[in-house]
Ligand binder design. Structure first.
Ligand code: ZN
Length: 433
């Protein structure tokens, strides 16, 4: 039996242990409070630290340091990290192999309306091949898979030749400060895998996200004298229609083979005081998803970044307002209130090919695509300079949802694929031979 076959058969014989490990992680309520301003990740992090230390890994629990992180534009301010430690567990390489960071978050969204769950959110029940539980898809299955892949590899007799750093982070759902906290502590490696749910697609890139608020001014008056007022909601509708037109233009002209096209989504409208009044103000909130790299018709990379996207949208709204006498005199105020920077690793990077090979050894197919949302991989790649991909079990459509679930088979396959990838990546020496 060759090395890969030995590793895979060892993991096959530890299926029950893998399921139990994930159920144990699901049993902790590690949900965030107020979108990450606070959280309750301590218990699960202490449990994981104990398990990993018991296996002989060097473990460190530390709270992300706001003072060190605040220099970064994608830092989320105002979050408390008391009793919310990151965990970094280091397995020293047995030789001079390439090092690897495995990164995942243990915080989850809140459970929402418990009455709507058909399974206990913290029991890890299995039905029809899926495990159910809060955070099981996003992303406790990914964290469990990366930890067990490392563990089973050692137990099967193939300890990694390079350092493996397991980063179990807090506060991803609140903006990603947990991983940023690891970056500012100086953790680096030759590559990184973030095990967010990708349905086992290999994803070397993630889209950027901009949130935009547009405050539209009108002139309030009683509806019975409406000719004396200016309806801010009606003016807001013009802006929404203009944004729909811009999105349609993007859908037709902006491309990157890894991704769906960039999008603009109206997410919230507020305005007006009563049905009997012409509203004097209307506030619109838009979500803008943009591509890290765009391709021209010939498939050549075209530069793209947040400043260019912001400029394009501002110009578009200004042109639209120029055609309306009121809006021309009272231009709406734009404020870009949140930004998740995209990340892009050239799909020709050796880790991408290696992950495809490992996936094909287990699943007989592989797929390279892009992560449609923002992701912590951006901090590892953009801030720490560590080439990062996203790869993990679970389907994003079940994340942040009632009856969140993950396919048990996909979870077990993720352990196998990650074990082969860790083995192959760290078996090559740092000089590339
Ligand atoms: Zn996630």
């Amino acid at each position: 039996m060759n090395e890969h076959a030995k590793i895979l058969s060892y993991i096959d014989s530890h299926r029950a242990e893998a399921i139990e490990f994930l159920q144990h992680m699901v049993a902790f309520d590690s949900s965030t409070i107020h979108h990450g301003l606070d959280g309750q990740e301590l218990a699960i992090q202490e449990w994981l630290a104990g398990v990993l230390a018991g296996w002989g890994l060097e473990t460190r629990l530390f709270e992300p340091d706001n003072a060190k992180m605040k220099v970064f534009p994608d830092f989320s301010p105002g979050h408390s990290y008391r009793n919310r430690p990151n965990l970094v567990a280091t397995l020293k390489g047995a030789g001079n192999g390439r090092s690897l960071i495995l990164n995942g978050h243990v915080d989850t969204m809140p459970a929402g309306d418990r009455a709507r769950w058909t399974h206990d959110p913290w029991a890890g029940e299995i039905a029809d091949g899926d495990m159910f539980g809060l955070g099981v898809c996003d992303m406790k299955a990914g964290v469990a898979a990366m930890i067990l892949a490392t563990r089973f590899l050692c137990e099967a007799g193939f300890p990694p030749q390079g350092d493996v750093l397991i980063q179990s982070v807090v506060d991803e759902e609140g903006g990603g400060n947990g991983t940023l906290g690891c970056v500012v502590e100086g953790y680096r490696a030759d590559a990184a895998i973030v095990t967010e749910p990708t349905r086992l697609h290999v994803q070397p890139a993630s889209r950027g996200v901009l949130l935009l608020e547009v405050a539209v001014e009108g002139r309030a008056t009683h509806a019975c004298l409406k000719w004396g007022g200016v309806n801010a909601i009606e003016k807001g509708v013009k802006i929404i229609q203009g944004m729909i037109e811009l999105e349609r233009l993007w859908l037709a002209t902006r491309r990157n083979p890894l991704f769906p096209p960039p999008t603009i989504t109206i997410g919230q409208i507020t305005g007006g005081l009563a049905g009997s009044q012409v509203p004097g103000e209307c506030v619109l909130k838009f979500d803008v998803k943009y591509l890290p790299v765009e391709m021209d018709r010939d498939g050549r990379d075209k530069p793209n970044n947040a400043d260019m996207v912001k400029q394009e949208i501002s110009d578009w709204i200004r042109t639209l307002c120029a055609g309306d006498p009121w809006l021309a005199d009272h231009p709406p105020a734009l404020s870009w209130y949140q930004h998740c920077i995209p990340h892009y690793l050239d799909p020709r990077h050796p880790l991408v090919g290696l992950m495809r090979g490992a996936t094909e050894a287990v699943r007989e197919w592989s797929m390279v695509s892009g992560f449609p949302a923002g992701c912590d991989a951006r901090h590892l790649q953009n801030r720490a300079g560590v080439p990062a991909i996203i790869f993990g079990p679970g389907d994003l459509q079940y994340a942040h949802s009632i009856d969140e679930r993950v396919s048990v088979q996909e979870y077990l396959d993720a352990i196998k694929i990650l074990a082969l990838a860790i083995h192959d990546w760290t078996s090559a020496t740092r000089n590339g031979d």
